[in-house]
Every structure is written in C-alpha cells, then in structure tokens.
Ligand binder design. Sequence first.
Ligand SMILES: [Zn+2]
Length: 430
Amino acid sequence: MDEKLLLGQVLTFMDDPFARGWQAASRHSTRGGIVLRDGRIAATGEADALRRAHPRAQVTDYGEALILPGFVDAHMHYPQTGIIASWGKRLIDWLNSYTFPEEMRFGEASYARTQADLTLDLALAHGTTTLASFCTIHSESVTAFFEAAEARGMGVVAGKTCMDRNAPEGLRDTPRSAFDDSKALIETWHGRGRAAYAITPRFSPTSTPDQLAALGALWAEHPDCLMQTHLSEQTDEIAWVRGLFPQARDYLETYERHGLLGERGLYGHAIHLEPREIDRLAEVGAAVVHCPTSNTFIGSGLFDMAGMKARGIPVGLATDTGGGSSFSMLRTMAAAYEIGQLRGTPLHPAQLLWLATEGSARALHMGGQIGTLAPGAHADLCVLDLASTPAIAQRSDRAEDIWEALFPTIMMGDDRAVRDVWVSGASRRG
Ligand SMILES: [Zn+2]
C-alpha cells in the first residue's frame, strides 16, 4: 500500500465561516498531518498519532509551513494568459482591443496547447489546483486545455465559448454549430478522468436569442454539466443588454428565458444586480463568482459579498485572468478583502481562505471532492510558507494565532509563498 504522510501546520474547515463564525467553523493544528492514499486524502489529525497509525507511510515534513487544500479558481480565461495586464480599457473595448485578436489564434491546436500548458503551470506555481476556464469558439482550444490538465492529473472545468454576434469574423459560430460542437466535446470529455464540462455562452451580448436557446436545450439534455457565463459586470454592458433584449426585464432574464438559469449555473461578476435577479439566483440556488482583481482592474464595481452570503447564494472566488491582474489566489483574496473594506464589510481571513477553497469548490458542485482536507477528497494540496519574504516574516513573527500569522501572506504573498503543491496525491515540485 502506497501511503504518504505530510506533516506541518494544518487548517481545516468543518463548516462555512460566513454561516457559523470562523472560530466554530475551523480547526487548526500546529503540528498536524495528512495521510494520502491512491490520490485521495485518507486521514487528517495530529502528527504523532498519524505517525504511530501509519508507520510505513513515506513522510514529508514541512515544519512550520501550512498545509491547505489547493486553491480553486472558479472563473478564468486561459486564452487570455498572453494578454494579462494590458492597459487602459473597460470591458467592451477590452474585448475588442485585446481579447478577440488573441482568441483568434486558438484555432491552431499547437498554439492552444502551448498556452494551456503555460497557464496550468502558472496556476500550479501559485498553489491553484483546479480552474474553471472559458476557452475560445474553437473546439481545439477545449481539447488542448483538457489534455494539458489530464497530463498533470488536474481536475478542471472548461467549455467552448460560444458567440454568434458582436464578435469579429473568425470568432463567430452559429446556434447549430455551438450546439453540435459543445455536444461533441461533452461526449468526449465530461466525466473523463477528472474533467468536467461547462456549457459556455460568453455572455448575452455575443449570443443571439437562438444561440442562447440552443445552449439551453443542450443543458437540458446534459443537466449534470455546469453552465458558465458572465452577468452584470459593468453598467454600460447592462445598458447594451437592455437594448439587445428589449423583452427581458433584466440581464438575468436573458439567460432565464432561454433555459440558462439553473442550480449548476455559474454567473461571473454579478456586481450590479436588480432585486429580482438576486431573488431568482437565491431561489434557484445558482452560484455567482467574485472576481475582485478584475473588477478593480477593469473598473467594474464593488461586489456585494455580504449581501450575497446573507441571501444564501453560493459564491465562488476567481482570478478572471486576463481581465484579472494576477494568477494568484492569495492576491485575489487580498483584493476581495479590499473590496469588502470599501463596502464597509471586511472579510475575516478564515472567510477569505474558505472562499478560495471550499467556497469555490461548492460553487462548482465539487464540494467534498476538492477544496477540502476531508477524507475521501482528491489529494490536491497547497503548502504555504508563512514567512516567504522578509516583510511577511517580520509581521507573522508577531502573530498570536494562525489567522494573524496567515493574513500577511494573504495580503502580501505571491508564488514565493507556495512551498509545494500536490495534485492527485503527487507533488508537483518533486
Ligand atoms: Zn470572465
């Protein structure tokens, strides 16, 4: 039996710290351990007890480093890795100036694979073990991403981004081809190994009602798939949607009318929502995904985390690269904290960490499988050095509890803080 035992500080969540309070929802061990077997977590506990119970396990001792679930990035665009940190545009100009010219290149399978490999290696270097990515209209872009993830043992979510209007020649499909190509990709990839397919209309402005209806019909045929899209990111985008869909009462209804509102739906951004939209999201149990570095970088607005959580709406956390400005979920947590401060509702580090792990996992309907150290989950782990730079070390030295020790790394940390990352029970650092 091939068992591995990792030792270090260990933080586990028993519950959502938004619902139960962070003290009751979490447990910290200064000298804990995790047993891995067959790519899964077999046990967690105190180091000494686990050593006695598993005497033949191969031990990796991380000392004072903190063992966590790997981060889960619930919304990003791997085809935009090459254009991250492009200057000076708001959403619609951003798409036309930077995104669409780059996405044109993904019809070439070798280029798509190069960018998929690059993105997944960057994610792993930052401690992220699962990503939900938009691809491009090209099936090749989806295949490249799933193959690159499979080669690394990673569980990912991806889908062909469908657009049949308001996009340049070469980046448009049709209602029929969007349906057929997505269906073929579902049949090849959904549930193969750790791959999960998300039906992916980019957003209402780039799909005709016919295309949205075709994708709604596809989702009805494959209700175990996720559906990912964008919702109410910027006010001028919302005005555009109102012009394109005069019969719809609001942005969410453009999806709802076409069978694209459901419990397994993931709605990125969701900043400027109408009361009816919030009510419907809550009734359906659909998830929204907060992308804080993107929202500040593109100037979109301040997401209402407290309002969403108070309504019981599942919330994931995400980088939204390349509209987001960092591959790091640490930097993403920091930006979520800053947006909370600007709204007068600061988030506790336990809440930030939970959002970046179990919160995102639950939004992706992968709770219990990823984003947790619970036995039975995939052994996807991130090991954080809580003293990775002199500035962080001098602050964490003064900490009186684990949250005070972790918060400087959340606010100031980057890939230098990632001591190791494990995927499906194997260390990616060797
Ligand atoms: Zn996005």
